[in-house]
Design a protein around this ligand. Structure first.
Ligand SMILES: Nc1ncnc2c1ncn2[C@@H]1O[C@H](COP(=O)(O)OP(=O)(O)O)[C@@H](O)[C@H]1O
Ligand SMILES: [Mg+2]
Length: 311
């Protein structure tokens, strides 16, 4: 539903996006994950026909974003980084107006607005001016506005930035619901957890280019294995404990610098931690603390953006 090849845009001499390649199958979610200034909004603006690329091409819902921009616009919804609703109008009036601007007859616009207000839990606030809405309500209204034309492809630029954790969860549920109903979603975020929660595929973007791509699981797997970390009551038992741990290890056992602890790469499976503790107990070794740590997208993010930022 979304395809891009070599998409590029500079502002003056500053390159904002350099050679972006994307391919998003229908009914899936792609997440562009990157820090501020990475080029996420610029990429979204090119894909949504708001900005003309300097180089490369993109097709959305089968149409070229430059040559067939009007056709593209007919199939897409965009919820921008900054809410696009009118502060002085009520929630309902905003939706009806946007519906009419996108050429729905007034009756249809009213009906669709009512449906969306109910779906996004905005019915009670529908008659109030948007300036009285909370951040979460605004975001839901903005998302509702982007759905008036029943788009098959939805672009969400940092949909939960600045929201409280509860509103974020609500929005995640809404987005998941849209995807399971068949909508294709391209979402940008600075939050690793958000990408992990929502994306079928993630492109980590930094300095205008993709620095890593894959499913959340692939990105995590690429960064290394899970680790078992162990602290003993008596440092004297470290040597013997290392011998026992080695039987469960997927790599060399390492002593932690602060003393008293060991760390070992493992292949996680049910019951692993119990087995290790039992084996140590049987050898009379007392354990103070044990933790199984899975690699997180944070590790991925720091691995692929870290060195470059420092340079
Ligand atoms: N209209 C513009 N004029 C000049 N520079 C811009 C403009 N839009 C974006 N940029 C620059 O392009 C880079 C990427 O910006 P942007 O796409 O907004 O990143 P993100 O959305 O990931 O934060 C930044 O360095 C930004 O300052
Ligand atoms: Mg942005």
């Amino acid at each position: 539903m979304i395809e891009a090849c070599g998409l590029a845009k500079s502002f003056g001499s500053a390159a904002a996006v350099t050679g972006l390649d994307l391919s998003v199958p229908a009914g899936t979610t792609l997440c562009l994950l990157g820090p501020n200034g990475a080029g996420k909004t610029t990429a979204v603006r090119m894909l949504t026909t708001l900005l003309r690329p300097d180089a490369g091409w993109a097709r959305v819902a089968g149409h070229d974003v430059v040559a067939e921009s009007r056709l593209v616009r007919r199939h897409i919804g965009l919820s921008g980084q900054y809410a696009s609703v009118d502060e002085c109008l009520t929630g309902r009036a905003n939706l009806i107006m946007i519906g009419e601007l996108s050429r729905l007859p007034r009756r249809a616009a009213k009906r669709r607005a009512a449906e969306l207000l109910a779906r996004f839990d905005l019915e009670r606030a529908a008659g109030r001016a948007v300036r009285t809405y909370s951040g979460g309500m605004r975001r839901r209204l903005d998302l509702a506005a982007s759905l008036l034309g029943q788009p098959s492809v939805l672009f969400l630029d940092e949909p939960t930035t600045g929201l409280d954790p509860r509103s974020r969860l609500t929005l995640w549920d809404i987005i998941r619901g849209l995807v399971s109903a068949g909508t294709t979603v391209l979402l940008t975020t600075q939050y690793l957890e958000e990408a992990d929660q929502l994306a079928d595929r993630i492109c980590v973007i930094d300095g205008g280019r993709v620095t890593a791509a894959g499913s959340p699981a692939e990105l995590k797997a690429g960064i290394g294995s899970a680790h078992l970390r162990l602290v003993l009551c008596e440092a004297a038992a470290l040597g013997r404990a290392a011998g026992i741990l080695a039987r469960h290890a997927a790599g060399p056992v390492r002593r932690l610098p602060a003393g008293g602890g060991l760390e070992v790469p493992v292949v996680p499976r049910g019951g692993l931690v119990t087995e290790v503790v039992r084996a140590l107990d049987a050898a009379g070794i007392r354990v103070d603390d044990i933790a199984l740590r899975q690699p997180t997208l944070d590790d991925v993010f720091h691995a692929v953006t870290g060195p470059e930022r420092a340079a």
